[in-house]
Design a protein around this ligand. Structure first.
Ligand SMILES: NC(=O)c1ccc[n+]([C@@H]2O[C@H](COP(=O)([O-])OP(=O)(O)OC[C@H]3O[C@@H](n4cnc5c(N)ncnc54)[C@H](OP(=O)(O)O)[C@@H]3O)[C@@H](O)[C@H]2O)c1
Length: 245
């Protein structure tokens, strides 16, 4: 797929990696771009800056009515970027109740799956197209300080593989992006080195154009994925020291 022929929808487009995707796709000459945002007023500046090119859509990916409305409106897309995600930075055991764990599963797994299901027929009608699912290096290994988030991203990683297999016959490419820490609100409390959001978006866009299925952008993602391929248990042990508290 070439970006300059694409019509895209990006979820969670108002900040962080989602906003970087929007900027990157515009720079690469995307034909039209829908920006999915929970609060549509947060897309005002993008819309006025790129009038006629950027189209805002109110979209909470846990809300099936809003997803259905988005399908009606964005029925011309050829590229779906499932970027929206949530991280409560909580443990699995040392936390009161399961609310955070359920909410992360609702957004990161069920929400992303709902988007894939809803837009699969649209992409088929438009020739196949591409889905990019923004996952995490924590899809491969659990970080106990963000234990429930890691679980939701592991579920989404498996979902990404299953959706890829199911949609191969309709010629929809399904790409998983597994970054390490990225310099956004989500990782504001992480003190180690962080990738720039634009670098993540650019790596994903290269994968879209080159037909690469799995992207591990940045030094942390590269090191963890290579280490995981060689010795998954050693990587688990390395991450196990990051317990909360
Ligand atoms: N930052 C990292 O270190 C890192 C590393 C690996 C993977 N990721 C993944 O990258 C993606 C983007 O994260 P980010 O770092 O850019 O985080 P962020 O700055 O916290 O932005 C998250 C975005 O997702 C949106 N969102 C959250 N829940 C939503 C829902 N139910 N429906 C629709 N939109 C929703 C937010 O909208 P509001 O503004 O309305 O809250 C916001 O636009 C996520 O999938 C995240 O898991 C991030």
């Amino acid at each position: 797929m070439q970006i300059n022929n694409a019509i895209a929808l990006v979820t969670g487009a108002n900040r962080g990696i989602g906003l970087a995707f929007v900027k990157c796709l515009i720079t690469r000459g995307v034909k039209k771009i829908y920006v999915g945002v929970r609060d549509v007023s947060l897309a005002n500046s993008l819309v006025s800056l790129h009038s006629g090119l950027v189209h805002p859509i109110t979209l909470d990916i846990t809300n099936q009515n809003q997803i259905d409305a988005a399908v009606n409106e964005a029925n011309d897309i050829t590229l779906l970027i499932n970027n929206a995600g949530a991280n409560s930075n909580t443990a699995l055991v040392a936390v009161d109740g399961l609310d955070n764990a359920r909410s992360e599963m609702e957004t990161n797994y069920f929400g992303t799956l709902s988007m894939c299901r809803a837009f699969a027929p649209v992409l088929k009608n438009n020739g196949g197209g591409t889905i990019v699912n923004v996952l995490s290096i924590l899809s491969l290994v659990n970080l106990p300080a963000s234990g429930s988030y890691s679980v939701s991203k592991a579920a989404a990683y498996s979902m990404n593989q299953g959706v890829r297999a199911e949609l191969a016959s309709q010629k929809t490419n399904v790409i998983g992006v597994m970054p390490g820490a990225v310099d956004t609100d989500m990782a504001k409390d992480f003190e180690g080195p962080k990738e720039k959001p634009l670098d993540i978006a650019q790596a994903a866009v290269r994968a879209i154009e080159d037909g690469v299925e799995d992207v591990f952008p940045g030094d942390m993602a590269q090191a963890v994925s290579q280490g995981h391929a060689q010795d998954a248990k050693a990587v688990e042990k390395e991450f196990s020291v990051y317990v909360p508290g």
